[in-house]
Design a protein around this ligand. Structure first.
Ligand SMILES: Nc1ncnc2c1ncn2[C@@H]1O[C@H](COP(=O)(O)OP(=O)(O)OP(=O)(O)O)[C@@H](O)[C@H]1O
Ligand SMILES: [Mg+2]
Length: 338
């Protein structure tokens, strides 16, 4: 929304178009009731000097932050409309400039791909190449097609499509909304039919993922890092229409990573996740191996590895169990654990 167009709208139309702006007026103590047919400038021009002073309204600042707020909200909510279901990666170069040695990599919907490789090898870089639908214009010089074609600049994914990775950052703009208000807003903007049901589902899942539960009235800004990530993961999994989910190291979120991943996986989505965690690496159908900035190979998870995975999951349960006991101030006993 350009400033020019925003200033042409009546306040009533503004609220219709961007329902969340009503709260923005209320939060900034700008009285609008009875003046819904005014534009913003008309509203300010007809406002009592006294009201402006008492409510500490800075008209210029109000308008510029309103534009900023609408842009942020749009980048979060609107970019979820794209319905795509294949990703094709064409080779670029390693960090030293030599060519990557594969013809192309195709990923279709329903596939879960993990990305493995040493620290600094280029896993996040690969995710970013996909997020931006790279067109030989990133450090790797890779080309990424979405549904078989290069995206136009305006179609390139916005930051919000890098869902989980950017989620906690994205939360900052939600201002003083409570968990419930945020979910309500999101569900409204997605125009879901069973809104109330959705909200409860997301809220319950988020609480299940987070170690320490939180109430619906908690302001988003007061959630812990792990709690806000849990909320965004549940929100993304249940409400988002985004067909491609990019996850950068879910294991660092401090939440139940396996449950989180299971929630995010769905038949019609592509999930790509970078990870240092053997369990998550083996949960993928395939893994992309990265070294020195380049894709070295794509390995399909074998049957044998799948049985190893279930062993690892058992070990992990033991480990989690011990961690919880230690957290609760208990002592560990050798014979009980092994
Ligand atoms: N092919 C490449 N050509 C040039 N630079 C690259 C290439 N691949 C990665 N890089 C750069 O190398 C740096 C490290 O890469 P990146 O952050 O993706 O590593 P990572 O595997 O995610 O590491 P970590 O496991 O620590 O998160 C980044 O600055 C990235 O842009
Ligand atoms: Mg990384």
């Amino acid at each position: 929304m350009s400033l020019e167009n925003l200033l042409k709208l009546s306040i009533g139309d503004l609220f219709l178009k961007f329902p969340y702006t009503k709260d923005f007026f209320i939060d900034h103590l700008v009285p609008y009731k009875g003046h819904e047919n005014y534009t913003i400038n008309q509203l300010f021009n007809n406002m009592d000097e006294e009201v402006i002073e008492d409510n500490a309204i800075n008209t210029e600042l109000f308008i510029s932050s309103l534009v900023e707020y609408i842009e942020l909200m749009n980048s979060y909510f609107a970019s979820e409309q794209v319905v795509e279901n294949t990703v094709t990666i064409y080779p670029g170069t390693y960090k030293d400039g030599t060519d990557e040695n594969f013809t192309k990599i195709e990923i279709s919907k329903g596939e879960i791909i993990s990305i493995v490789g040493p620290t600094g090898s280029g896993k996040s870089r690969l995710l970013a190449d996909i997020e931006w639908a790279a067109n030989e214009d990133t450090p790797t010089k890779r080309k990424v097609l979405i549904n078989g074609r290069v995206l136009e600049p305006h179609e390139r994914f916005s930051a919000s499509n890098k869902l989980v990775a950017q989620l906690s950052q994205n939360m900052n703009f939600v201002m003083d909304l409570s968990v419930r208000e945020f979910l309500d807003l999101h569900a409204t903007s997605r125009m879901v039919e069973n809104k109330e049901e959705m909200i409860i589902k997301i809220y319950d899942k988020a609480n299940e993922l987070a170690g320490e539960g939180f109430s619906e009235d908690t302001p988003i800004t007061e959630l812990s890092g792990g709690q806000s990530r849990a909320l965004m993961i549940a929100d993304t999994a249940i409400l988002s229409k985004s067909p491609i989910i990019l996850i950068d190291e879910i294991e660092n979120a401090g939440i139940d990573r396996q449950k989180a991943l299971e929630l995010l996986i769905s038949e019609d989505k592509i999930v790509l996740m970078s990870t240092h965690d053997p369990i998550l690496a083996l949960m993928g159908d395939k893994r992309i191996v990265i070294n020195n900035g380049g894709i070295e190979s794509v390995i399909e998870t074998s049957e044998e590895e799948r049985s190893i995975l279930s062993k690892l999951e058992n070990l992990d349960k033991t480990l989690m169990d011990m961690r919880n006991r230690l957290r609760l101030g208990k002592r560990l006993k050798f014979e009980e654990e092994l």
